[in-house]
Design a protein around this ligand. Structure first.
Ligand SMILES: [Fe+2]
Ligand SMILES: [Fe+2]
Length: 169
Protein backbone atom coordinates (compact mmCIF):
# COMPACT_ATOMS: atom_id res chain seq x y z
CA UNK A 1 0.00 0.00 0.00
CA UNK A 2 1.27 3.43 -0.87
CA UNK A 3 1.03 5.89 1.98
CA UNK A 4 2.09 9.11 0.31
CA UNK A 5 -0.50 11.82 0.85
CA UNK A 6 1.26 14.76 -0.74
CA UNK A 7 1.66 15.71 -4.34
CA UNK A 8 5.20 16.16 -5.63
CA UNK A 9 4.32 19.74 -6.51
CA UNK A 10 3.95 20.51 -2.84
CA UNK A 11 0.36 21.78 -2.93
CA UNK A 12 -0.42 19.72 0.15
CA UNK A 13 -3.39 18.12 -1.57
CA UNK A 14 -3.54 14.36 -1.94
CA UNK A 15 -2.03 13.52 -5.31
CA UNK A 16 -4.45 11.58 -7.48
CA UNK A 17 -1.71 9.46 -9.01
CA UNK A 18 -0.65 8.25 -5.55
CA UNK A 19 -3.92 6.35 -5.13
CA UNK A 20 -4.02 2.76 -6.37
CA UNK A 21 -5.72 2.70 -9.77
CA UNK A 22 -9.20 1.23 -9.79
CA UNK A 23 -10.09 -1.71 -12.03
CA UNK A 24 -11.19 0.35 -15.02
CA UNK A 25 -8.19 2.68 -14.83
CA UNK A 26 -5.91 -0.33 -14.58
CA UNK A 27 -7.46 -2.17 -17.53
CA UNK A 28 -7.49 1.02 -19.62
CA UNK A 29 -3.82 1.64 -18.96
CA UNK A 30 -3.07 -1.99 -19.95
CA UNK A 31 -4.85 -1.30 -23.24
CA UNK A 32 -2.69 1.77 -23.88
CA UNK A 33 0.44 -0.16 -22.98
CA UNK A 34 -0.30 -2.99 -25.42
CA UNK A 35 -1.27 -0.52 -28.14
CA UNK A 36 2.13 1.17 -27.75
CA UNK A 37 3.88 -2.22 -27.99
CA UNK A 38 2.02 -3.04 -31.23
CA UNK A 39 2.97 0.39 -32.63
CA UNK A 40 6.60 -0.23 -31.71
CA UNK A 41 6.44 -3.58 -33.52
CA UNK A 42 4.98 -1.98 -36.66
CA UNK A 43 7.84 0.53 -36.68
CA UNK A 44 10.55 -2.14 -36.74
CA UNK A 45 12.52 -2.92 -39.85
CA UNK A 46 11.69 -6.11 -41.70
CA UNK A 47 14.88 -7.85 -40.56
CA UNK A 48 14.86 -6.87 -36.87
CA UNK A 49 14.14 -10.46 -35.88
CA UNK A 50 15.56 -10.37 -32.34
CA UNK A 51 13.61 -7.23 -31.42
CA UNK A 52 10.48 -8.60 -33.10
CA UNK A 53 10.73 -11.77 -31.02
CA UNK A 54 11.24 -9.81 -27.80
CA UNK A 55 8.34 -7.45 -28.48
CA UNK A 56 6.01 -10.19 -29.68
CA UNK A 57 6.72 -12.20 -26.52
CA UNK A 58 6.04 -9.14 -24.38
CA UNK A 59 2.77 -8.48 -26.23
CA UNK A 60 1.68 -12.10 -25.76
CA UNK A 61 2.57 -12.03 -22.06
CA UNK A 62 0.80 -8.73 -21.41
CA UNK A 63 -2.31 -9.85 -23.27
CA UNK A 64 -2.36 -13.21 -21.47
CA UNK A 65 -2.12 -11.50 -18.07
CA UNK A 66 -4.76 -8.94 -18.96
CA UNK A 67 -7.29 -11.31 -20.52
CA UNK A 68 -6.89 -13.84 -17.70
CA UNK A 69 -7.55 -11.20 -15.03
CA UNK A 70 -10.52 -9.88 -16.99
CA UNK A 71 -12.04 -13.32 -17.43
CA UNK A 72 -11.48 -14.45 -13.84
CA UNK A 73 -12.21 -11.21 -11.99
CA UNK A 74 -13.64 -8.32 -13.98
CA UNK A 75 -16.03 -10.04 -16.37
CA UNK A 76 -17.77 -12.15 -13.69
CA UNK A 77 -18.33 -8.97 -11.64
CA UNK A 78 -19.76 -7.12 -14.66
CA UNK A 79 -21.90 -10.13 -15.57
CA UNK A 80 -23.28 -10.37 -12.04
CA UNK A 81 -24.23 -6.72 -11.66
CA UNK A 82 -26.78 -6.52 -14.50
CA UNK A 83 -28.58 -9.11 -16.58
CA UNK A 84 -28.28 -7.12 -19.77
CA UNK A 85 -24.47 -7.24 -19.57
CA UNK A 86 -24.57 -10.95 -20.48
CA UNK A 87 -24.27 -10.55 -24.24
CA UNK A 88 -21.51 -7.98 -23.98
CA UNK A 89 -19.44 -10.22 -21.72
CA UNK A 90 -20.11 -13.34 -23.81
CA UNK A 91 -18.88 -11.54 -26.91
CA UNK A 92 -15.76 -10.37 -25.10
CA UNK A 93 -14.96 -13.93 -23.96
CA UNK A 94 -15.26 -15.20 -27.54
CA UNK A 95 -12.94 -12.43 -28.73
CA UNK A 96 -10.42 -13.41 -26.04
CA UNK A 97 -10.56 -17.03 -27.22
CA UNK A 98 -9.75 -15.93 -30.73
CA UNK A 99 -6.84 -13.80 -29.47
CA UNK A 100 -5.52 -16.75 -27.43
CA UNK A 101 -5.40 -18.94 -30.52
CA UNK A 102 -3.32 -16.35 -32.36
CA UNK A 103 -1.09 -15.86 -29.30
CA UNK A 104 -0.40 -19.62 -29.13
CA UNK A 105 0.45 -19.68 -32.84
CA UNK A 106 2.75 -16.64 -32.57
CA UNK A 107 4.60 -18.12 -29.57
CA UNK A 108 5.22 -21.33 -31.52
CA UNK A 109 6.71 -19.40 -34.46
CA UNK A 110 9.83 -17.36 -35.18
CA UNK A 111 10.08 -13.93 -36.81
CA UNK A 112 10.87 -14.58 -40.46
CA UNK A 113 8.43 -17.51 -40.63
CA UNK A 114 5.72 -17.12 -43.24
CA UNK A 115 2.72 -15.21 -41.84
CA UNK A 116 4.48 -14.18 -38.61
CA UNK A 117 4.05 -10.43 -39.20
CA UNK A 118 0.55 -11.01 -40.56
CA UNK A 119 -0.48 -12.81 -37.38
CA UNK A 120 0.84 -9.95 -35.24
CA UNK A 121 -1.07 -7.46 -37.43
CA UNK A 122 -4.32 -9.42 -37.22
CA UNK A 123 -3.91 -9.80 -33.44
CA UNK A 124 -3.36 -6.04 -33.21
CA UNK A 125 -6.49 -5.32 -35.28
CA UNK A 126 -8.61 -7.76 -33.27
CA UNK A 127 -7.41 -6.32 -29.97
CA UNK A 128 -8.05 -2.78 -31.18
CA UNK A 129 -11.67 -3.68 -31.98
CA UNK A 130 -12.07 -5.54 -28.67
CA UNK A 131 -10.62 -2.63 -26.67
CA UNK A 132 -12.99 -0.18 -28.38
CA UNK A 133 -15.96 -2.28 -27.27
CA UNK A 134 -14.68 -2.55 -23.73
CA UNK A 135 -13.87 1.13 -23.38
CA UNK A 136 -16.93 2.46 -25.20
CA UNK A 137 -19.58 -0.01 -24.06
CA UNK A 138 -18.62 -2.36 -21.24
CA UNK A 139 -16.64 0.01 -19.02
CA UNK A 140 -19.16 2.90 -19.11
CA UNK A 141 -21.96 0.44 -18.28
CA UNK A 142 -19.96 -1.11 -15.45
CA UNK A 143 -19.05 2.35 -14.13
CA UNK A 144 -22.74 3.03 -13.46
CA UNK A 145 -22.97 -0.01 -11.18
CA UNK A 146 -22.20 -0.27 -7.48
CA UNK A 147 -19.14 -2.49 -8.01
CA UNK A 148 -16.15 -1.90 -5.74
CA UNK A 149 -13.68 -0.92 -8.44
CA UNK A 150 -10.81 -0.36 -6.04
CA UNK A 151 -11.08 -3.90 -4.60
CA UNK A 152 -11.47 -5.30 -8.12
CA UNK A 153 -8.39 -3.36 -9.21
CA UNK A 154 -6.35 -4.85 -6.38
CA UNK A 155 -7.52 -8.36 -7.24
CA UNK A 156 -6.73 -7.80 -10.93
CA UNK A 157 -3.25 -6.54 -10.14
CA UNK A 158 -2.55 -9.52 -7.86
CA UNK A 159 -3.79 -12.02 -10.44
CA UNK A 160 -1.82 -10.42 -13.26
CA UNK A 161 1.36 -10.80 -11.22
CA UNK A 162 0.81 -14.57 -11.02
CA UNK A 163 0.10 -15.22 -14.70
CA UNK A 164 2.81 -16.26 -17.12
CA UNK A 165 2.94 -17.15 -20.79
CA UNK A 166 0.69 -20.03 -21.87
CA UNK A 167 2.52 -23.26 -22.58
CA UNK A 168 3.19 -23.72 -26.27
CA UNK A 169 0.82 -26.12 -27.89
FE1 LIG B 1 -9.35 -5.32 -21.79
FE1 LIG C 1 -10.86 -7.98 -22.86
Amino acid sequence: MRTSTHSPSGTGKPHAAAAAPDAIELLTSDHANVKALFEQYQGLSERAHATKKKLATEICLELTRHTTAEEEIFYPAVRACARDNEDLVDEAVVEHASAKQLIAQILAMEPGDALYDAKIKVLSDQIEHHVEEEENEMFPKARKSALDFVALGEAIEARKAEVGLPLEI
